[in-house]
Design a protein around this ligand. Structure first.
Ligand code: FNR
Length: 344
């Protein structure tokens, strides 16, 4: 368990925590939802359920892809799976390609299925892998769906990263051949409308925009560079609110997961109001697990989900769909982005 890839998994966890930002630094502060003084609702009226990939979820919230691939991160995956089971949230694992190379690492991923036999579990692999590899990682954890991550910016900043990014043909083959839904996912750099159009043209029906604003692989991978000279990339990419605004340019849309910088229930409410179908959270959950313990993290997440429902009430939204009808006001910076990108 000492390979370079396995060691990188541990480094990603410790560096994600090193660069973790407090909740009041969110790019979602550029979006305001207007207050409703007369909700005419009770908490018991609020229906936070959604249908996602033919399953009814209690909340439109996903525990995002993070980890596995080393002893320490296998333990984290076990805790994340326990959290997913306790809250009945769907969860994704981190990239499983390391376990394709080193079968001894398989249990650090398959533990999520063992701990959470009936939950919705999502496999994860990098773009560029074959259909065969994609099917193997799905089988490895008996996954209900597969995330394929597109992480060109991370690879470029990563000292040992890939330098060839011909991905569309393999993605098309994976989408066509796999018998589980395929989600194409960024890793914190966001997506433009053009990217999503390209993905839709090859049959992709689910995207995870994963924008800038939370865990920053620009900062993490730069820190891993001997010279640490690529600090200038810290602001590379689109924020999650910007990525969501980009989707307004599309005449037809895929199912949209928004992640990247979602830390509070209010951030999630805003992402859904901006058009996301599901909001995903990674770094903030990891932060709680690392700085407190499992029990405190579970208590925090249960509290978080209750607050999410309370905020639905406060915005006068009886259902998750109603969140899309909210009146919003954007900061001058976000409004300028929308104007320059011809988004109405
Ligand atoms: C990640 N993320 C990630 N994504 C992915 O598709 N495959 C992966 O292997 C990983 N690995 C990973 C490790 C760690 C430690 C973190 C914190 C994150 C990215 C993650 O799923 C998400 O897209 C980003 O972290 C943005 O969300 P947050 O962290 O701002 O909520």
């Amino acid at each position: 368990m000492t390979s370079q890839q396995s060691h990188r998994k541990d480094e990603h966890v410790s560096l994600a925590e090193k660069f973790h930002q407090p909740t009041d630094t969110s790019d979602f502060s550029q979006v305001r939802i207007l207050h409703q003084s007369l909700p005419e609702l009770a908490l018991s009226d609020i229906d936070s359920t959604v249908i996602f990939q033919n399953r009814r979820l209690n909340y439109p919230i996903l525990i995002e892809a993070m980890t596995g691939g080393s002893k320490q991160t296998g333990q984290l995956n076990a805790q994340l799976a326990q959290l997913a089971e306790a809250t009945q949230l769907p969860m994704a694992v981190g990239s499983q390609s390391v376990a394709l190379k080193e079968p001894a690492l398989v249990p650090t991923f398959s533990v999520v299925r063992k701990r959470n036999p009936n939950g919705m579990v999502i496999a994860n692999i990098g773009a560029g892998h074959s259909v065969d590899d994609a099917q193997k990682v799905v089988n490895m954890i008996s996954a209900d769906a597969l995330q394929v991550h597109v992480n060109a910016a991370q690879e470029i900043i990563m000292p040992e990263g890939d330098r060839e990014f011909y991905w569309l043909d393999q993605l098309a083959a994976i989408v066509a051949k796999l018998d589980v839904p395929v989600i194409v996912k960024e890793v914190g750099f966001g997506m433009t409308a053009k990217t999503v159009q390209k993905l839709m043209s090859i049959g992709v029906k689910y995207v995870d925009l994963s924008g800038r604003g939370g865990t920053s692989f620009a900062k993490i991978e730069n820190f891993r560079r001997p010279e640490k000279e690529m600090t200038y990339m810290a602001d590379w990419g689109l924020t999650t609110p910007e990525s969501l605004l980009e989707m307004r340019k599309l005449s037809s849309r895929p199912v949209i997961i928004a992640s990247g910088g979602i830390k509070t229930p209010l951030d999630a409410i805003k992402a859904l109001a901006l058009g996301a179908d599901i909001a995903g959270m990674a770094g903030e959950i990891l932060h709680h697990l690392i700085t407190t313990d499992y029990a405190a993290t579970e208590a925090w997440l249960i509290h978080w989900l209750r607050d999410f429902k309370q905020l639905m009430l406060l915005t006068g939204s009886e259902t998750v769909k109603d969140l899309r009808k909210q009146s919003m006001v954007f900061s001058p910076e976000l409004e300028s982005f929308a104007r320059q990108r011809f988004i109405s």
